[in-house]
Structures are given as C-alpha cells and as structure tokens.
Design a binder for this molecule. Structure first.
Ligand code: HEM
Length: 415
C-alpha cells in the first residue's frame, strides 16, 4: 500500500501534482493489487475485481463468457426496465448487434465530422462568456460541462433551456447516488424519479419527431432499417438517454483531465503549441493516464478461470480501467505521461463489441476545445489559490472544479 507511483518527472511530486489524496491512495492500491492479487473478490461489493491489462482485455473481448446483461443485479423497477429496453450497452448478441447496427446507420463517422465547426463555435462562445467574469475561468463549469451537453442536445434537437435537466439526470444516475446505486433497491429508488422524468421527456420528443418528417439524428434513427426491423420509440428513447448519460460526464472528464495533464507538463504543452498535429496522440495519452471511468462491469455467464481464480457463473466482474492503464506489462514506464506514446492501446473506451460508440465525438470535442485553449491563451495555469476539486475516485476520475488563470493574446485583453 505504500507503493506510490513514481515521481513526476518535472515537479518531483509523487503521482503528479493534480491527483487528489484519495486518487493517489487508489493508484497505490492498484499497483499493489496488480502484483499481489490481480483478480480479487471484494466481499463488500460482491465484485470480482480485475486489475491487470491482459485479464481486462479478455473480459471485454470474450462476450460469451462475460455478459453485458446486468439485469440480474438490478432491482426490477418499472422506470429502469423501460429505460433498459433501448440501452444496448446492457445487451448481448444478437439484440445488441441489431440495435447498435441500426443506431450506427445514423451516428456515422461522417455525421460526427460534420459537427466540428459547430463544436468550435460553441467552445468560443463559452470561453467568451467565461472571460467576461475575469481572468480565472472554471474549466469544468465554464467549458467541460456545457460543451458536451450543448453538442449532444443540439444533435438531438433539444432546447438549450433544458440543459439543466440533462445535467441533473446524469448526476442522478452517475454521481449523486454512488457507483453501485444501480444495483441496490435504495439506489434505484433514489434514481427512479430522474429516470422517469428523462423517459417521459425524451419519449414526447421522439413522438413529436415521428409526427412530422424532417432531418437530423432522431429522424435518421426513426428511418434506420435492417432486415425489415426498425427502432421503436422506447428503443430510441433508451439510446438517446444512453447518449446523454454516457456522453456527458465522461467527455467533461476528458476535457478537465487534459487541462490537468497540460498544466503538469509545461514542456509537452509548449510542444503542442508548436505542433498541434500531436494533439490526437496527446489526447489518447490523457485517456490512458487519467481514464474517466474507473470500472467496467460484466456478469460471468459461466464458471471461468482468470489469473488462477475460478470466477463463478453469475458473478459480477469489474475491470479496474485505471489499473489496466498503469500495467507495466502493457505500457512501458506507465506512470510517465508521454504524449508520443505508441502504441497506446488503452481500454478507456472499452474494447470488443461494446467499444464506445461515441469515442470519435469525444475525441473531436477534446481536439477542438484544446486547440482553442492553446491558441487563445499564450499562457494558462491551474489556480494555486483555488485548488481543483475532484469526483469520488470510486466513480469518475475527473475534476469537479478546476479554476484556471488565463492570459489572453495581446490586443484582446480579458476584462
Ligand atoms: C471520454 C469520453 C467517453 C468515455 C471515456 C467513454 C467510455 C465508454 C466505455 C468504456 C464504453 C464501453 C462500455 C462497455 O463495454 O460495457 C462505452 C460505451 C458507449 N459509449 Fe462511451 N465514452 C465516452 C464518450 C461517449 C460519447 C460522447 C457518447 C455519445 C454521445 C458515448 C456513447 C456510448 C455508447 C452508446 C456506448 C455503448 C456501446 C455499446 O454497448 O455497443 N460515449 N463508452
């Protein structure tokens, strides 16, 4: 447990200067577990925890052994059952393939690329507004939260004034009630009003779209067809809910984490300013070094051996994504942040049939937002007087508050 990751190369601090004490303890715990107990049963949560990269990869790729159908662990509450109908992240073959295939007809790489100019406009508008308030902006509340919400909402054709609702639902499902809430009666009871509200809201939105023809993602989802099969309203609602929940806080986390990494590594930041072509590989390294999601869950569909243990059928199996990303067997010098790391086969977007469908959008938003920050501000630094705050490292690796002092280019000063 005393085995902290090695010293930060520029500052000499352990584990990098912007890790909370809780995250440092978590990282040290993972180092210990990778060596001593790479697969371990946690009696408190009932999880079989998987700490090594190779085991994690196997769990994600071997879909017949490790199922995504988690309904056995979830209380059967009406709201949750309705929402799960279109949530293909919790489905196995063949339903998963059919639904993901239908949705992929609308959510294409070309569609995502077409969003780039708008993402740039929204980023600039948000930073302009933040600068009105002075030379310290909060990267989380001023940019990393509103940017992905605005993009997802515009893609779905949802009104801007409802953004507060989306934030409320994402927090209710992912943050406010703890990481295991979805598997407990009390947790689901606490979430149920938000799930119901989200179902009703998105349901009436989809029905409005069905009633008139038009263009856009929801119309494309309504029209998508494979083997004579189309998506019904509840399936579209489930996918839209999944996008709102899966795509918001994770992308916010990536943006906040990227700023923390840049602040910790001024030489890399200088290199990125000189050569923005390095940004895509730097973003992959941010995803590895600070994986937004901590756990990725599966259900063992049969008894299976994993690093010398027999994991029984029906068990909850949780891959510690943050730990797989620091496994020296997969990443040489894993505690060093290296923007040129190649290969960089991190698991932060998952792998296999369920690999993140929104990864191209998250990468695009990160590239556009970071390009804007680097070109707009010749200098920025995490505030020393208002230090960052962080989410609970059991749920999400991300700052929840990140004040940043910024200097605007000459001739265009910050008020
Ligand atoms: C940095 C940001 C993101 C991270 C770290 C992330 C992470 C992940 C991970 C780990 C999975 C795999 C889950 C599994 O194997 O069970 C996943 C699936 C998914 N993600 Fe993301 N995600 C991000 C952004 C997004 C965005 C922006 C969207 C959409 C707007 C999105 C939509 C989805 C969907 C629909 C799935 C389910 C795919 C399936 O089951 O076939 N994600 N994501």
């Amino acid at each position: 447990m005393n085995d902290f990751p090695r010293q930060h190369k520029e500052t000499g601090q352990m584990g990098g200067p912007h890790f909370s004490d809780a995250m440092r303890r978590t990282l040290a715990h993972y180092t210990h577990m990778r060596r001593e107990e790479p697969v371990s049963h946690d009696p408190r949560s009932g999880r079989w925890q998987v700490f090594r990269y190779a085991d994690g990869l196997r769990v994600m790729q071997e879909a017949e052994t490790f199922s995504n159908d988690m309904s056995e662990f979830m209380p059967s509450v009406e709201e949750l059952v309705a929402f799960q109908k279109g949530n293909f992240q919790n489905m196995d073959m063949p339903r998963h393939r059919v639904l993901r295939g239908l949705v992929s007809q609308a959510f294409t790489p070309r569609f995502v690329e077409s969003l780039e100019p708008r993402i740039g406009e929204v980023t600039r508008r948000l930073l302009d507004a933040a600068e009105e308030r002075g030379d310290t902006i909060d990267i989380v509340s001023d940019l990393a939260h509103p940017l992905p919400v605005t993009v997802i909402a515009e893609v779905m054709g949802l009104p801007r004034e409802d953004h507060g609702l989306f934030r409320k639902w994402a927090y209710a499902l992912l943050v406010d009630n703890g990481v295991d809430a979805i598997r407990s009666e009390e947790g689901v009871a606490a979430m149920a009003p938000s799930i119901r509200e989200m179902n009703d809201y998105l349901g009436s939105h989809v029905r409005r779209h069905r009633a008139r023809s038009g263009t856009g993602l929801i119309h494309d989802l309504i029209r998508a067809e494979a083997d004579g099969r189309r998506l019904d309203d509840q399936e579209i609602v489930g996918f839209l809910g999944l996008m709102l929940i899966a795509g918001f806080l994770t992308t916010s986390a990536l943006l906040g984490n990227a700023v923390l990494c840049l602040d910790e590594h001024p030489k890399d930041t200088a290199e990125l300013r000189k050569d923005p072509g390095l940004l895509p590989s730097a973003i992959e390294e941010v995803l590895r070094y600070r994986s937004p999601l901590i756990w990725l869950d599966r259900r063992a569909a049969r008894d299976t051996r994993l690093s010398g243990h027999t994991v029984p059928q029906g068990a909850l199996v949780s891959v510690a994504l943050v730990s797989t990303a620091r496994d020296p067997e997969a990443f040489p010098d894993p505690d060093t942040f290296d923007i040129a790391r190649r290969p960089n086969r991190h698991l932060s977007f998952g792998k296999g049939a369920h690999v993140c469908l929104g990864a191209p959008l998250a990468r695009l938003e990160a590239r556009v937002a970071l390009t804007e920050l680097l070109t707009r501000y010749p200098d920025f630094a995490v505030s020393t007087t208002q230090p960052p705050q962080f989410h609970d490292p059991e749920g999400l690796q991300a700052p929840s508050r990140l004040p940043l002092r910024v200097t605007r280019i000459a001739g265009n000063p910050i008020r």
